[in-house]
Design a protein around this ligand. Structure first.
Ligand SMILES: NC(=O)c1ccc[n+]([C@@H]2O[C@H](COP(=O)([O-])OP(=O)(O)OC[C@H]3O[C@@H](n4cnc5c(N)ncnc54)[C@H](OP(=O)(O)O)[C@@H]3O)[C@@H](O)[C@H]2O)c1
Length: 356
């Protein structure tokens, strides 16, 4: 395993971060694995040298944090492992998140980044994780209804209280991120050290503003959904989308007919909303062709591409053991400038996806 410093901090993280959204309860999303199915995957990740784990309070309504804490205790050393979690969204099984579920909660103070919410949320996460500090506490989204000064001071205070070691942010506009950093700098508060954004071969809009900003400021980039939620693996097809795009009997019949090979391919309607355009399938075709030529899997090549684009550590999702080996294999893949151009050629710009 390779380890790098997280941005300009002294913190050492593996170049592959394991995303814990896949582990929790299928009551939240049907493709999520329960404790028994998750355990060997997280153990294998640790055996491979992965020391960086990313969860969020909202994943499986807290169950992902519970499993993260349990598995780290069982298979790792707390002082060696880097635990990242997030705050912003409501923590409720009924709240699924993503572009399909943007309804505001109708109960007060159960989401967002007010001082009250952050203080409550950090204690709830610590309890679920079974630890007395979080290594990287990330704001899952920007809360435009709370003054940024209130949010940044509350985040600084949880650092100073010893509950959090470093702060990170996730998908938002680059100007919002720059503004938050500036407010913290002016007041002498803790700044964000990392950006967890939506970036992969099928979604490259972050190359316009956010990635140059992070590069300039020495902020670590740890992109989410590096395989476009599995879309880049090469086993997704447009008929998967027909099978899950509606909830009526026609959709159920289509789901029964679907030849999708995994539960996630069948049921991840967020993926089907984000990708699955003709030009996205052309990106996959080129990725598959080059992967075959190089004798690696699509997944390995898609991660290798990210590692060549200045990314600190992709936050990978894995539902099967060999998927972890294929992620780690990316560290040994060298790509020429011509190969990078080839992988990028079919891309067509997307509307901004993943800010809500
Ligand atoms: N900050 C945010 O807003 C945000 C948003 C989304 C995710 N995240 C974080 O990012 C992490 C990763 O997200 P993600 O799960 O969407 O990531 P992803 O890596 O894009 O997709 C993971 C899926 O790809 C498939 N896959 C993985 N390796 C494969 C391989 N070698 N061959 C074939 N298929 C493979 C698996 O699907 P199958 O089960 O179908 O095989 C797996 O569930 C999450 O766990 C979470 O920590 C953060």
């Amino acid at each position: 395993m390779q380890y790098v410093r997280l941005g300009q901090t002294g913190l050492q993280v593996s170049r592959i971060c394991l995303g814990m959204m896949t582990y929790g309860t299928p009551k939240w999303r049907p493709w999520v694995l329960d404790e028994t199915a998750s355990r060997p995957l997280v153990k294998h990740a640790m055996d491979l040298g992965i020391n960086f784990f990313d969860t969020a309070d909202m994943y499986s309504a807290g169950e992902s944090e519970v499993l993260t804490g349990k598995f780290i205790k069982a298979y790792g050393k707390r002082e060696e492992v880097v635990v990242a979690t997030k705050v912003y969204f409501p923590v409720e099984l009924e709240f699924k998140g993503g572009a399909t579920d943007t309804k505001p909660m109708n109960r007060p103070n159960m989401e967002g980044l007010s001082r009250k919410r952050i203080f409550h949320a950090v204690d709830a996460s610590l309890k679920r994780l079974g630890t007395d500090y979080i290594d990287l506490y990330q704001i899952h989204r920007m809360d435009t209804q709370t003054p940024i000064e209130e949010t940044m001071e509350a985040l600084h205070d949880v650092v100073k209280a010893g509950k959090v070691r470093y702060l990170g942010a996730s998908s938002m506009w680059a100007w919002q991120f720059a503004k938050a950093q500036q407010v913290a700098k002016e007041r002498g508060w803790t700044r964000f050290v990392s950006m967890q954004n939506h970036y992969n071969l099928a979604y490259r809009e972050e190359e316009r503003e956010m990635l140059p900003l992070c590069r300039d400021q020495g902020v670590a980039v740890i992109p989410w959904s590096p395989l476009a939620r599995g879309f880049l693996a090469g086993n997704r097809q447009s008929s998967d989308k027909d099978a899950t795009s509606a909830s009526d009997s026609a959709a159920k019949a289509a789901a029964a007919r679907s030849s999708a090979t995994t539960e996630r391919a069948k049921t991840d309607n967020i993926a089907q909303g984000y990708y699955y355009r003709d030009s996205d399938f052309r990106v996959v075709a080129e990725l598959s062709a080059l992967a075959a030529e190089k004798g690696v899997s699509n997944a390995t090549l898609a991660y290798a591409w990210l590692l060549h684009k200045g990314v600190t550590a992709p936050v990978v999702g894995a539902s099967k053991l060999p998927q972890l080996d294929q992620a780690v294999a990316a560290l040994d893949v060298a790509l020429s400038a011509a190969e990078l151009v080839r992988l990028e050629a079919a891309y067509e710009p997307h509307p901004v996806l993943g800010h809500s």
